[in-house]
Ligand binder design. Structure first.
Ligand SMILES: *Cc1c(COP(=O)(O)O)cnc(C)c1O
Ligand SMILES: [Zn+2]
Length: 404
């Protein structure tokens, strides 16, 4: 069970970097990606061996960057359920609809995957203090895993980010600052402070290993389907790291020969109030222009200038995928429909991804017999302020009304 990590390579100019030193972005300003000796992985392990390992994301150790098992920082992350959604699927006209429910992870979102691997690797490289900008869930996850690892964490998030994530950070002992601004403002503040105080900057894609953790979403869902790809994967996209991770998982599995050459069509769902990738994809552009005045209740999607936009757009083009914008009203309606039809309370971001399925079936882009996997990136329980319900309040002697 040894990592087959060989180094880091720039996602744009292919320049190589030593992975056993602390690295940030490439000199050209683009994200670095981990590279593995896949031939060595192929001779060391196979899907049957992996199936016999514990049900957490460390079962893919050869394809992860953490070299020593002793450096793993774990809260029990991984192997989230892949659930059929037969009633909601029937309503949308896509009976083969499935959801991978990342709300079941520690800290209630898939950000736990990136934090588990990123914090483990930071500890392995000797980092003692880290800092990151966040829209909330990454802050909660990194603060929690940093506490577990005994590292110091500083988190900066917009004052509008989901309030529960503030408590997660503070209770985990992180230094939390709220900024009257958006995540890009938080990112600039973290960068200035990291330079001034020598902190490690753990911002999305500036730090090369978070995406490796998110990659396990893709590895898991393929394993859960019996090492077979679905027709379509729909991902609620903010910074796009999860989608880049899933595309990387597919590429590595294909090179390993553990899946055949067919790729699923990858679909980006974004909020109508912040849809830079949807706009760029529709225009056939290679990169996304920053979105002016971003706003959405699906706060994880509130990323106006995603650093990984180029890679996301390339993944959409390479897989005959597409990108869809969803209004907040439609995302919340899908959230409510899923809870009622299936008993699963997805996050607003997950609601946006579900509504993208409805839209794509309505336009005919999805076929009735497509097998479609939607990523629900977090639990709806982390967003109590968007759940508008109004049950009757009774006195103890009141009689319950007869059923309608
Ligand atoms: C961060 C986040 C997203 C967006 O993730 P990216 O991989 O950065 O695009 C989506 N949903 C939730 C709940 C999030 O926390
Ligand atoms: Zn480069």
């Amino acid at each position: 069970m040894h990592s087959a990590l060989t180094g880091l390579a720039c996602s744009r100019c292919a320049e190589r970097y030593d992975a056993d030193r602390v690295q940030g972005l490439c000199r050209c300003g683009s994200p670095l990606l981990a590279r593995y000796d896949l031939a060595a992985v192929r001779s060391a392990v196979d899907p049957a061996r992996i199936a016999s390992r514990p049900p957490d994301l460390w079962r893919y150790a050869e394809l992860l960057p953490v070299r020593a098992a002793a450096h793993r920082v774990s809260l029990g992350e991984g192997m989230t359920p892949l659930l059929p959604l037969p009633r909601l699927g029937a309503r949308y006209g896509v009976p083969g609809l499935l959801v991978k429910d990342e709300g079941a992870l520690p800290t209630g979102s898939f950000k736990a995957r990136g934090a588990a691997v990123g914090v483990s690797r930071a500890r392995e490289l000797g980092i003692r203090a880290l800092a990151l900008p966040t829209n909330g869930n990454a802050g909660g996850a990194w603060a929690s895993y940093a506490a577990r690892a005994g590292l110091a964490a500083t988190v900066v998030m917009p004052v509008d980010a989901p309030p529960i994530t503030r408590a997660e950070c503070v209770l985990a002992g992180a230094d939390l600052y709220l900024v009257r601004g958006v995540i890009a403002d938080a990112g600039r503040m973290v960068h200035r402070a990291a330079v001034a105080h020598g902190w490690f900057e753990a911002a999305t894609l500036k730090e090369p290993y978070r995406v490796e953790g998110k990659k396990t979403m893709g590895l898991e869902l393929i394993e859960q389907l019996g090492w077979r790809v679905p027709d379509v994967i729909v991902y609620p996209t903010g910074g796009g790291v999860g989608l880049i991770g899933i595309a990387k998982a597919l590429a590595e599995l294909r090179e390993l020969g553990w899946i055949d050459d067919r790729l699923p069509r990858l679909v980006v769902a974004q909020a109508a109030g912040c849809a830079p990738i949807v706009t760029a994809f529709a225009a056939g552009a290679e990169d996304a222009a920053p979105w002016p005045d971003p706003h959405t209740v699906a706060y994880g999607l509130n990323v106006a200038a995603p650093l990984g936009a180029r890679q996301v757009l390339a993944a959409l083009r390479d897989t005959d995928g597409t990108a869809v914008a969803v209004t907040d009203a439609d995302a919340l309606a899908a959230q409510a429909d899923c809870a009622r039809a299936e008993g699963l309370l997805v996050c607003p971001e997950g609601g946006a991804a579900l509504d993208a399925v409805r839209q794509l079936r309505a336009t005919g882009w999805l076929n009735p017999d497509d097998e479609v996997v939607v990523l629900n990136t977090g639990t709806g329980l982390k967003y109590p302020e968007v759940l508008c319900i109004d049950p009757p309040v009774l006195n103890p002697d009141d009689d319950l009304p007869a059923p309608p």
